[in-house]
Design a protein around this ligand. Structure first.
Ligand code: NDP
Length: 445
């Protein structure tokens, strides 16, 4: 495989899709040696077939706002790779959503799902709809209109979407309600469902919990205890919430959390009732970090800045892609950061990753660190198929085991001669090998 040649060809075809090209480049660079050592991959053109989605659907979503005015958004579903199971991946509602972002997410999802060891292919979907400031009625009408198109392309054995940015339990409920009406069936076609209608315990917290379990394993490779370590997180959304809860439970201290307007620093630690207060603000669609600083004396709000300037032991990007750049990485390294666990998808720019690796900081990519979310979605699918509900403990034991296995796989393929673990390489090779072997078995289709 000639990575530069493949990238040139892809760039010529998809020049306006930078996030997608960035994600592909990172994976190809990591797997090139393994790929070239196995000529059967080249013969079957595995990489050329893997970098293009199986299919992409785009559709118009028309809906009526509270003023009675018609609104139009674009909806998408990218079915990226179905070699190892039904397509699986979240739905994102955010004004920044476009095909490049969904293709990068679907591509990453393919490897992430492979790492979980569960039978799930990769997919992603969403819309440029902005849920911010919308009434509950508007959210419901939008979700229903979105599903009115999407339902044709999904099914419990075909493609099983979940939540992502801007899509939580409420949105999944409205979409599921419409799917059920159209398909006249009550099946596990979406994950992240409510507990009363097919959901799994721990699914809401799973991405953050799994992320912290993974970080704990990373620290243990250096005999470092997570207890007493300071942590910063970005973007108090679903993922950051779970991460803050678990980090606190394991004895770490979350001292900084950001919102779109800046970050809050609280030396005493953001835990317990403070986390609950942030959740309350988020659930009622309010700003989070500035009101936090007003309510809790001793904390301070730093307007317009990212949390990466704070001196911490562990940094957890939890908001969105490319949210931590080379300058942010330099600031963290200067302040002695030990470990960076990307819980958002592709949260760090290539410059940031390079800086962490050069400084031998423990760094692991989203496809490994945040795989607990989709893994628990896979566990929700298993429960739906079995028509059983597992207890919180049963789900947590499985989640922990899956995160440990992913860590083991990353070490197996990412450990360098000097002992440093290149988790990017490890995750990419482990995720790739399973999908590539399945593609070989399935023939050229
Ligand atoms: P939420 O919508 O719950 O929260 C996202 C947070 O990030 C919000 O604070 C949001 O602020 C901020 N944010 C979103 N987009 C941008 C942007 N373009 N620029 C700056 N800030 C932004 O999403 P999740 O917590 O579910 O997801 C966070 C990350 O984790 C994403 O990268 C997602 O793909 C990834 N992930 C999520 C999983 C899940 O289970 N939910 C599973 C695996 C990965 P605001 O609301 O102001 O825009």
């Amino acid at each position: 495989m000639n990575v530069e040649k493949i990238m040139q060809d892809l760039t010529a075809k998809h020049s306006n899709e930078p996030e997608y090209l960035q994600a592909v480049h990172e994976v190809l660079e990591s797997i090139v040696d393994v790929y070239n050592a196995n000529p059967q991959f080249e013969k079957a053109k595995i990489v050329e077939r893997m970098v293009e989605p199986d299919r992409v659907f785009t559709f118009k979503v028309s809906w009526v706002d509270d003023n009675g005015d018609a609104q139009v958004n674009i909806g998408y579903r990218v079915q990226f790779n179905g070699a190892i199971g039904p397509y699986k991946g979240g739905i994102r509602f955010h004004p920044s959503v476009n095909l490049s972002i969904l293709k990068f997410l679907g591509f990453e999802q393919t490897f992430k799902n492979s790492l979980t060891s569960l039978p799930m292919g990769g997919g992603k979907g969403g819309s440029d709809f902005n849920p911010k400031g919308k009434s509950d009625g508007e959210i419901m009408r939008f979700c229903q209109a979105f599903m009115l198109e999407l339902w044709r392309y999904i099914g419990p054995e075909t493609d099983v979407p979940a939540g992502d940015i801007g899509v939580g339990a409420r949105e999944i409920g409205y979409m599921y309600g419409m799917y059920k009406k159209l398909a006249q069936e009550h099946t596990g076609v979406l994950t992240g469902k409510g507990l009363n209608w097919g959901g799994s315990l721990i699914r809401p917290e799973a991405t953050g919990f799994g992320g912290v379990y993974f970080v704990d394993h990373m620290l243990k490779t250096q005999n470092i205890d997570i207890k007493g370590k300071t942590v910063s997180c970005s973007g108090f959304g679903n993922v950051a919430w779970g991460a803050a809860l678990k980090a606190t439970e394991l004895g770490a201290k979350v001292v900084a959390i950001s919102g779109p307007d800046g970050y809050v620093y609280d030396e005493a630690g953001i835990s317990g009732e403070k986390i609950n207060y942030m959740l309350e603000l988020r659930n009622s669609n309010q700003d989070i970090v500035a009101p936090y600083a007003q309510k809790f004396p001793g904390s301070k709000f730093v307007a317009g800045k990212k949390p990466w300037e704070v001196k911490v032991d562990i940094a957890l990007p939890c908001a969105t892609q490319n949210e931590l750049n080379g300058d942010d990485a330099a600031a963290l390294i200067k302040n002695g950061v030990i470990c960076v666990g990307e819980i958002s998808n592709m949260g760090c720019t290539p410059e940031a990753i390079e800086a962490f690796q050069k400084a031998k900081v423990l760094f692991a990519p989203g496809k490994a660190v945040n795989a607990g979310g989709v893994a628990t979605s896979g566990l929700e699918m298993s429960q739906n198929s079995l028509k059983l509900n597992w207890t919180r403990e049963e789900v947590d034991v499985r989640l922990k085991q899956i995160m440990e296995n992913i860590h083991i796989a990353c070490v197996k393929y990412g450990k360098q001669a000097d002992g440093y673990i290149n988790y990017v390489k490890g995750a990419n090779i482990a995720g790739f090998l399973k999908v590539a072997s399945a593609m070989l078995d399935l023939g050229v289709v």
